[in-house]
Ligand binder design. Structure first.
Ligand SMILES: [Zn+2]
Length: 335
């Protein structure tokens, strides 16, 4: 199967009442691990790259790694998504490289730090919709701001999504997916004490805009066994805390169709590499630590796919091209 538009996966997830994980990638081992997990669990998958990832790896390298993933796994539906696009220009660049989906994060200004007004968010989101929709490319937007900062993205302040604004925003933009702020946070230090999440807010927003896929950002669980493993092998991550999977699972029946996972994968890789370095300091072949890191990430992602309900759904999807999506948007009166 060639790449599919993300909207196709989100609609399938809505029908099957599950969520699709969106996993961040920067290099070959991460992409291979995610695809191995998707193959093992027969899951559709969203592979996403942040601007930081594209800068680190260079757009072209990452694009070809993603295309290799698709070529190697013809039975797995894959969407290629830009995470936290900061401007129309960045979204255009991703689309020109073959991404089938983009996020325009208009909750922050182009510096990815300063919160915008509702009107500013609306304006930049509309500009991306106007560009992407006639091409059949999926658009995710964000309303409200998350806590934490990751890859240089984030104001560091939580600003919960207002349901009235969500209704107005979706009516005006007709976005495919909306990232909502419910108290989650980017990074490995999401909460000082117990997690405080406005789960009822998801239910309320879903009640008001039931046909829009909701997206949870900052939703790594920061598994305590991984924190312990990182620290045991010389790391220093005191008080790292995340969003319990049970909390995520409780809102999947309420319209959450995409769950972003980055931090947990980073931790699985780091823990595995640290273990090799501590236990066998004589090793110097990168394959001897990147290999175990890849295996650890495969296990983590496979578990996420089962927990999010994605497992077993790869076969539900027919091939859909961007041209098919243009037709779909026309029929729905969205274009
Ligand atoms: Zn995010």
């Amino acid at each position: 199967m060639a790449l599919v538009p993300m909207r196709h996966l989100l609609d399938g997830a809505a029908e099957g009442e599950y969520a699709v994980g969106a996993y961040n990638v920067n290099n070959m081992e991460q992409i291979q691990a995610i695809m191995a997990a998707a193959k093992e669990t027969q899951s559709p998958v969203i592979i996403q790259a942040s601007r930081g990832a594209l800068k680190y790896s260079n757009f072209t390298y990452l694009k070809h790694l993603m295309l290799a993933a698709v070529e190697e796994n013809p039975d797995i539906p894959v969407a290629m998504h830009l995470d936290h696009g900061n401007s129309l220009e960045t979204c255009k660049e991703a689309i020109s490289l073959g991404f089938t989906s983009v996020m325009i994060d208009g909750s922050l200004k182009e510096d990815s730090k300063t919160p915008t007004t509702f009107e500013e968010n609306l304006e930049v989101t509309l500009s991306v919709i106007e560009y992407a929709r006639p091409l059949g490319v999926t658009v995710e937007a964000e309303l409200g701001t998350l806590g934490g900062i990751e890859d240089g993205v984030g104001s560091g302040k939580v600003n919960l999504t207002d349901p009235d604004q969500a209704v107005e925003f979706v009516e005006k933009t007709k976005v495919d997916a909306l990232a909502v702020a419910i108290g989650t946070s980017h990074g490995a230090y999401k909460f000082k004490d117990e997690p405080k999440l406005a789960l009822d807010l998801v239910k309320e927003i879903n009640r008001r805009i039931p046909n829009t896929a909701l997206v949870m950002h900052g939703s790594s669980s920061v598994p305590q066994d991984l924190v312990a493993k990182v620290n045991k092998y010389g790391g220093n991550m005191p008080n790292a805390k995340g969003v319990p999977m049970s909390a995520i699972q409780s809102v999947i029946p309420h319209g959450v169709r995409k769950v972003n996972i980055d931090t947990d994968g980073r931790m699985a890789i780091t823990a595995a590499i640290r273990k090799v370095f501590m236990e066998t300091p004589e090793k110097f072949d990168p394959r001897e630590y990147l290999g175990p890191a890849r295996t650890a990430l495969t296990e983590l992602v496979a578990r996420k796919m089962r927990d999010l309900g994605t497992a077993g759904h790869a076969g539900d999807f027919e091939q859909k091209s961007l041209a098919d999506m243009i037709e779909f948007y026309r029929e729905k009166g969205l274009l």
